[in-house]
Design a protein around this ligand. Sequence first.
Ligand SMILES: [Zn+2]
Length: 87
Amino acid sequence: MAMSKCISCGHHLFELREANVQRATYKYYFIQCSSCGAVINSVEYYNIGNKIETHTNDLARELSTLRAQNEEMKYQLQWITQKLQSR
Ligand SMILES: [Zn+2]
């Protein structure tokens, strides 16, 4: 497998560093060469992809709970209806 290298100095190790970008609305990290500091890329400080996945999982659990509660309420409503009809 090819080894990634810095296009500025040829070093092979990189680091994530909080970026100080003036007039930026959001915070960022730079992926930069750990030797010379040349910036390779930037990524969102808050990692929106991870947040979306977390919220998606939270919503899926909540939906599952609501479905179970809905089934229980249907069962109880059927039971009440049957008791009222048998009078
Ligand atoms: Zn470098």
